[in-house]
Design a protein around this ligand. Sequence first.
Ligand code: AHR
Length: 520
Amino acid sequence: MGKFLQALCCAVFGISSSVAADAASPVQISIDASKPGATVNRNLFGQFAEHLGRGIYEGVWVGTDSNIPNTRGIRNDVVAALKALKVPNVRWPGGCFADEYHWKNGIGPRDRRPPTLNPNWGGVIEPNTFGTHEFMDFVQQIGADAYLSVNVGSGTPAEAADWLEYMTTAQPTALAKQRASNGHPEPYAVPMLGIGNESWGCGGSMTPDFYVSQLKMYARYARNYNPAVKMQRIAVGPDTADTSYTRAVMEAWKNKTWAWDIEGISLHYYTVVKWPPAFKATGFGETEYATLLQSTRRMEELLRTHGAIMDEFDPAKKIALIVDEWGAWLAPTPGSPEGFLEQQNSQRDAIIAALNINTFARHAERVRGANIAQMVNVLQAMIFTDQEKMLLTPTYHVFRMYVPFQDAKSLPIQVSAGEYKHGDITLPRVDAIAARDANGKTWLALANLDPANEASAHVNLAGGTAKRARGETLVAPRIDSVNTFDAPKTVVPKVFSAQASGGKLTLRLAPASVTVVSLE
Ligand code: AHR
């Protein structure tokens, strides 16, 4: 392939172009607004809330007697912040926690619920005060769908079947009557159901074949009885690059009988470099910055690898790939309790979030859901709380800026960006996606990865002209800048606009920034 063609093809598919464009040369962006493609499914912006550290207790649930303003025990500030993100779904109760969770401990009068243990995460007492009804109240308060993860590891198909009957049937069964006596006569909606979590690891160390046998039973018996919603059943899929679960589940699905079915398969991939997570959340330099960005870019390769196997069995792309755990997993905040997975969140994490979302959008035909880990106080969180105080992280701001992409149609985009190099790491200088929303507005999201140099991006709109760009940009004094309770506005979006001049629209992207604009 000629050099020019190679550059063009790679740019279209979002791989860094090999055409050299040094920091001083403009980035060339061409968008074809006349050819809308796959929908950027709103479920790509899903959240994950596990019973882990202060993710649920304090982060979401403070109890009805708390001085922290709350609605039926759920803190109002967190609800308001999440509503602004238009969170499509929340995955709950885990994670590893899900495979040791027995839902019956979390219903009925709260003062009579049994305290249990949370061996995965610090061995703390799980009070079970936040259970099924509290979770459903929470998702209803923020306007999100429920994505329940049922216990395959230490549970039974009968326990999962009972949970679904308890939640979704309108018939006067004993379980439905129990639901009504616990305050909810109407059936709940459960649009997403995870069948186990990491069954290759904390969810039971199952071989692919053993898991597939379990999957067939759970997929049959954990029924949705609420005809108002279709329930997507999501099988456990790959851990990072291991393709054994992908192949086993997809092969089983291809040869399935009338007795069971699934609609999705999950992928877990963290930006971590190596285990145990050692990269610092603050006080890092450019080498750590570039290394983690390189690690996050691996998502592209993983979606291709697992997507190709799925295509072998499902060329029509009926089964969705749901990346229901992703994000930066860093060294824990010094002094934080063991197993609570608390870490600060910097401008680097904002760029990591944008790169992942852009990657999902490029694979929108197959990747139709994703859940960042995790929503509040855990890993790459949107929100931090400290008792009555609440703080929005740089990652939160990225999710808020990307709201217009929810359910927009992706547009073909060519990015000739050149490279950002650090040591032996080479990354694209700018990563971008474009989409058209339901009102016909064209949106462009760009991340300038180069931490030292501004990038000038020339935007060309095929089939139309781009006269103006308006939106927001997230810039920070440093790549490791964070928001703290003392300085909560160090990293916040700023208004961004650009006007075409001489027939050319040029966007000046600050070093290490994320920008989202609409084009007019
Ligand atoms: O998100 C933290 C943990 O990471 C989850 O519980 C588990 O599924 C994964 O290993």
